[in-house]
Design a protein around this ligand. Structure first.
Ligand SMILES: *Cc1c(COP(=O)(O)O)cnc(C)c1O
Length: 358
């Protein structure tokens, strides 16, 4: 199988090899050193401001979305949440669960965020935070970080960014954009197995974490930070995945850093989009991430295309859920993929057309 999904994605051989080894005991100075290095490398790749910290949560990306809302925001906050798809909706549900007052911005399907969307929230009305999945993976729309960042600066809002499918695929400068919380996950562009999600916290976010007691024992960021001081975690983490993350972050540093990784992903996405010309698909997003190409098949059902690619050609692309199931599929460009893999996928689509399946 070739995996063009948005996660879990294909891992390099060096990462897979670590997965084949015995998992070491972790309350050791050696593992603490790995964790301290992981924290440093993650913050460096994000261009995090001085005094930032990062924690590694054992749990998928949603665990860190929940930990961020629960530990950084509180009942006194009033948030603007961008709800442009299923991940945006998840943030809304978390705000409801933790009694954080919020209002949503709901861009239409495939649409970018614009000045007009933000205008109603300009000039206070008691808002304290802005919460966004910078790449809404369910629709493949990348929101304009500069627009959001300027808005938050003007209005003095804390900025929480889920960058789970955007980290390492699109430019993201935590310091320059004034982001307070960045969330990433192991199984997206980090191209490791699922199991770990990462949270970077600015000094302002750290002060908020310190100010309120957590409502959950397992996702208590105060405890995660205190343990992280000595390179440890409160409970047994996904040790193997953390070792794989260490290898992956080192490789990214060695191969030219985050910019080189973003460039590589961007070239792969561009190559795929060029090759797609002439095939019966519409790209449905007006603001694309390098991570994903969202496609509407104009002559067939999306679910059927996904199924045929899987069974007849050994290729996984990402199906969509709910009401989008028959209209939208998504091709990922993250993980260990090559231009040759793009060629294989396009050849399969050309063959499907010759069989009148699209
Ligand atoms: C994948 C993803 C998540 C996390 O999903 P999990 O299944 O919990 O790992 C969150 N936000 C975005 C934008 C994602 O793409």
């Amino acid at each position: 199988m070739i995996n063009f999904t948005v996660g879990p994605v294909q891992a390099d051989d060096s990462i897979r090899r670590i997965g084949g080894e015995q998992v070491p005991y972790f309350r050791t100075p050696e593992f603490s050193a790995v964790m301290k290095e992981n924290e440093r490398m993650f913050l460096d790749l994000l261009h995090a401001p001085e005094g930032s910290r990062a924690v590694f949560i054992t749990g998928s990306g949603t665990a860190s979305m929940e930990a961020s809302i629960m530990n950084v925001l509180c009942e006194d906050d009033r948030a603007v949440v961008v709800d442009g798809g299923s991940f945006g909706r998840r943030f809304c549900e978390l705000c409801e669960l933790y009694s954080v007052d919020f209002e949503r911005i709901s861009p239409e399907f495939g649409r970018a965020l614009t000045d007009d969307d933000l205008k109603p929230f300009e000039g206070a009305r008691g808002f304290t935070a802005f919460v966004v999945n910078i790449h809404e993976t369910s629709t493949g729309v990348l929101y304009d970080l500069d627009l959001i960042s300027d808005f938050c600066r003007r209005n003095g809002l804390l900025l929480v960014v889920d960058a789970i499918s955007s980290f390492l695929a699109d430019p993201l400068d935590m310091g320059a954009a004034g982001i307070d919380v960045v969330i990433a996950g192991s199984q997206k562009a980090l191209a490791c197995p699922p199991g770990i999600s990462l949270i970077a916290l600015s000094p302002r976010a750290l002060a908020r974490v310190a100010a309120h007691p957590s409502k959950c024992m397992y996702l208590d960021l105060r405890s995660a930070l205190a343990n992280g001081d000595r390179g440890q975690t409160p409970f047994t983490p996904a040790v193997g995945v953390l070792l794989q993350i260490n290898q992956r972050l080192r490789e990214i540093e060695e191969r030219g850093g985050v910019e080189a990784e973003i460039t590589r992903t961007g070239l792969l996405a561009g190559d795929f989009r060029r090759r797609l010309a002439g095939l019966p698909f519409e790209i449905t997003s007006e603001s694309l991430s390098n991570a994903v190409t969202p496609l509407h098949p104009t002559t067939a059902g999306a679910k059927d295309v996904v199924e045929t690619l899987k069974t007849d050609y050994g290729i996984w692309v990402t199906p969509s859920g709910g009401e989008l199931a028959q209209t939208l599929l998504r091709v990922g460009h993250i993980g260990a993929l090559t231009v040759d893999d793009n060629r294989t996928l396009i050849d399969a689509l050309v063959d499907m057309r010759s069989r009148d399946l699209i």
